[in-house]
Write a protein that binds this ligand. Structure first.
Ligand code: MN
Length: 467
């Protein structure tokens, strides 16, 4: 097991639930390549047909294990665990605020799924409790996702994008002092697999003095992000101190913050993103809990010697030593033509969440620092996850260096170019075309521990509505 000096959260210790030797009687969970071994057990919401009621679906909280899901309220329904089915069905909505709940559920579920435990495995109704994931629909990962806020926490992303929009002044003077964010729109958060319609919107006048135009977005982009789902909130007027911020977190999911760059460029000043973002945000079906992530913590980003230290309300020993997460993040693209020719999606970037300048704890603490009440189920997304190198940039704007976004293209940063992405069909991309599918994947690996993953966050672009 890990040496005591390895980075960790003081609130989520490495314990016996992370033992890499643990195996499950769900055989697919023991496959070394699975995202969902018995050490992971992410939360999800499933919709399943209601018996004797055609067309009716009921929604249940579940835990993913291998290629199956364990339906939590069914455990209670068949009296395998204490409590009523109703209580378990609403477990992660009403009781989300209860500290330590996810850890207790993790221990109960893991114990029932262990290879040598026959209680559930040999139960006559096991097939109604543990069901193939292919037989259910997965939705957004929580019954009620609440408010949505999007941050801008990668210094590399902020510097790259800033150098396009403001070549002489790429990084604004506040960036290293304050986690920058904007209030997003929770109503347009969609489940992985939902089609995303190309938005229509207002675009800047041409440089020869024309009028602004209104039409389908021409520069449609994705943003690779991680999200944290709030478990416990704070009362209006109260704050969440940095040292306690992680106790307010349920877990992490993948987020694609679809972005219309031409709309964004015209509308963003002076109040920030608006319609360039609110047409859709896709989230993965799973919340990987803070408990499951314990072995994969890293120190917070190491700032350059010349950088300011964060103000005291954004500083704690635990955050500095273990506030980051080592999560490898990948983006894959597949065009309609590629799918019709049965070609595999191509990977277009790979980055790591540990490269973020601000930690999730700093974002949550900052968000509540004015007395804003965070609520269970709120989603805080990190902002585009980009690294130092070209292949670790988390959006097309950075990957193809904004080839067509400006009449006078911005200056190139050394080591970058405006090369479009080549697809195996001979097609090229600077921004997304109709029919393109974007697939985000994430996983954690560390020597001495079982690999765990986040599953996938997918969406296909469909044509704009006609005006
Ligand atoms: Mn974003």
């Amino acid at each position: 097991m890990a040496a005591p000096t390895s980075p960790h959260s003081p609130h989520y210790p490495i314990d016996e639930t992370h033992d890499p030797k643990l195996e499950s009687w769900v055989e697919s969970a023991n496959d070394p390549g699975t995202d969902f071994p018995i050490q992971n057990l992410p939360l999800c919401m499933i919709a399943a047909p209601v018996e004797d009621e055609p067309d009716a679906m009921s929604v249940h909280p579940a835990v993913r294990i291998g290629d199956m899901v364990l339906v939590l309220d069914m455990l209670a329904h068949f009296e395998i665990v204490d409590g009523s089915a109703d209580e378990w069905q609403w477990l992660f909505v009403e009781d989300l605020a209860e500290q330590g709940l996810t850890g207790r559920v993790r221990k109960i579920v893991q114990d029932l799924l262990k290879k040598d435990n026959a209680t559930l495995r040999d139960h006559p109704d096991c097939d109604q409790i543990v069901v193939p994931v292919d037989e259910v629909s997965l939705g957004v990962p929580l019954m009620d996702l609440g408010d949505y806020t999007d941050f801008y926490a990668s210094l590399y992303h902020a510097t790259s994008v800033g150098s396009m929009f403001r070549p002489d002044n790429p990084l604004l003077p506040n960036y290293k002092h304050i986690p920058i964010g904007y209030h997003g729109r929770a109503s347009s958060i969609v489940a992985s697999g939902t089609d995303v319609r190309r938005p229509v919107g207002q675009q800047a006048p041409t440089e020869d003095g024309g009028a602004p135009s209104f039409g389908p977005c021409k520069l449609l982009d994705y943003e690779l992000e991680m999200g944290v789902v709030v478990g416990r909130g704070n009362e209006l007027g109260d704050t969440i101190p940095i040292g306690e911020a992680e106790t307010h977190m349920l877990g992490l999911c993948l987020v694609n913050d679809w972005s219309a760059r031409d709309l964004q460029k015209w509308e963003y000043q002076p109040l920030g993103p608006f319609l360039a973002k609110s047409f859709a945000t896709t989230v993965s079906p799973y919340i990987v809990t803070m408990e499951a992530l314990a072995p994969f913590r890293t120190p917070a980003f190491k700032r350059d010697a010349g950088d300011p230290s964060p103000l005291p309300y954004l500083t704690s020993e635990g955050n500095t030593s273990g506030g980051g997460f080592d999560i490898t993040l990948e983006v894959y693209l597949s065009s309609e033509q590629m799918r019709s020719k049965k070609m595999e999606p191509v990977r277009i970037s790979r980055g790591n969440f540990k490269d973020m300048y601000w930690t999730l704890a700093q974002m949550l603490t900052h968000h509540s620092s004015n007395g804003c009440n965070m609520q269970p189920g709120d989603l805080l997304a990190s902002g585009t996850v980009s690294g130092k190198t070209k292949d670790s940039r988390g959006c097309l704007l950075e990957l193809t260096w904004n080839g067509d976004a400006f009449a006078s293209p911005p200056k190139l940063v050394p080591g970058t170019d405006r090369t479009p992405i080549d697809l195996p069909t001979g097609e090229q991309r600077k921004f997304l075309a109709d029919g393109d599918e974007v697939i985000i994947k994430g996983y954690c690996e560390r020597e001495g521990f079982r690999r765990i993953g986040f599953g996938e966050c997918r969406g296909i672009i469909t044509p704009a509505r006609t005006i």
